[in-house]
Design a protein around this ligand. Structure first.
Ligand code: GDP
Length: 302
């Protein structure tokens, strides 16, 4: 986490730079408050949460008679932290069931957001913890997707269950992966899926079928929605659709190492009512970290 903190801080945030500018003024005018709110909006915090946060902050500043902008910054930090909601349970559930079935983690999201990479990184984390893992390549739409997953699997030293045919039934592959995981007594089965959003009904059918078929063998421990933090509002729309079709239990926010503005964390948690559990901080195998609200807010305010 120290590493995460360092890296988020180093990336510097556009929010932080502008906030610093506004909060270094002698006192805050009406325009300054507007600018603060606009800065939150530009950082993807979302219109509702931004307005509420500024309103609450202004009230506190007035009631407590705060004059010093540095103090305002401390209060802003507290307010942002409350929005990110440090009390949410962000633990991944990856425990085997009482009857010995593996924990099944279904990874969903639009193509290109970082699903396969996340599955690979997560497998590595689990293996490092001494857990046994099987991967399921249920993105059968493109053979390249299964190849990519298998490459991650061999790098990490875990088996990948896949189909040799393009366009094989993704639910059948997911089922095979879980059944194999169960018969071999592995701890966790990670299932990678396709995310073609052109057709919501099709996506719903596909994910619905995968879910039904998996749960014949083992209950789903987690449905992780992978969102690319650099896509801002678009990510929020994706969250909405997947939230409706997939029973999401946690969010993985990828590409926070890039130009991401990060405030999307607040917006997606609100939208789906589920916490951001993991963050992607690069393309490498070690670039996955648990989401740490404090480090995150400090990163925003750097
Ligand atoms: P999928 O189509 O959702 O499975 O996405 P991929 O896992 O293939 O990832 C798409 C691209 O995003 C690849 O080039 C990945 O290396 C890259 N990527 C994934 N996660 C991250 C991340 O956290 N940071 C950065 N910078 N790139 C990432």
């Amino acid at each position: 986490l120290a590493r995460l903190r360092g890296r988020l801080a180093r990336s510097g945030s556009p929010l932080g730079a502008r906030l610093l500018q506004v909060l270094s003024r002698d006192h805050l005018t009406e325009d300054d408050w507007d600018e603060l709110e606009e800065t939150l909006l530009l950082a993807d915090v979302g219109a509702g949460p931004s307005a509420e946060l500024i309103e609450a902050l202004r009230t506190r500043v007035r009631v407590e008679g705060v004059k010093d902008p540095a103090h305002v910054r401390t209060m802003l930090r507290e307010q942002l932290l409350a929005l990110v909601d440090p009390a949410l349970d962000r633990e991944l559930s990856t425990a085997r069931t009482a009857d010995g079935a593996p924990a099944v983690v279904l990874v969903v999201g639009v193509n290109g957001t970082g699903k396969t990479t996340t599955v690979g990184k997560l497998a590595r984390v689990l293996v490092a913890e001494g857990r046994t893992v099987v991967l399921g390549a249920a993105d059968t739409f493109r053979a390249a997707a299964a190849d990519q997953l298998q490459t991650w699997g061999s790098r990490v030293g875990v088996h990948t269950v896949r189909s040799d045919r393009d366009g094989a039934d993704p639910a059948a592959v997911a089922f095979d992966a879980v059944r194999q995981g169960r018969s071999e007594g592995v701890d966790v089965v990670l299932v990678d899926t396709a995310g073609r959003l052109q057709n919501k009904a099709g996506l719903m059918d596909e994910l619905g079928k995968i879910t039904r078929v998996i749960t014949r063998e083992a209950p789903l421990s987690e449905v992780l929605l992978v969102l690319d933090a650099t896509t801002g509002q678009n990510g929020l729309n994706q969250a909405r659709v997947f939230g409706e079709v997939a029973g999401v239990t946690g969010i993985v926010l990828t590409k926070l190492d890039g130009t991401a503005k990060g405030g999307i964390v607040v917006a997606v948690q609100r939208e789906l009512g589920v916490p951001v559990k993991l963050v992607g901080l690069g393309e490498g195998p070690d670039d996955l970290a648990p989401f740490d609200p404090e480090a995150f807010v400090d990163g925003l305010l750097e």
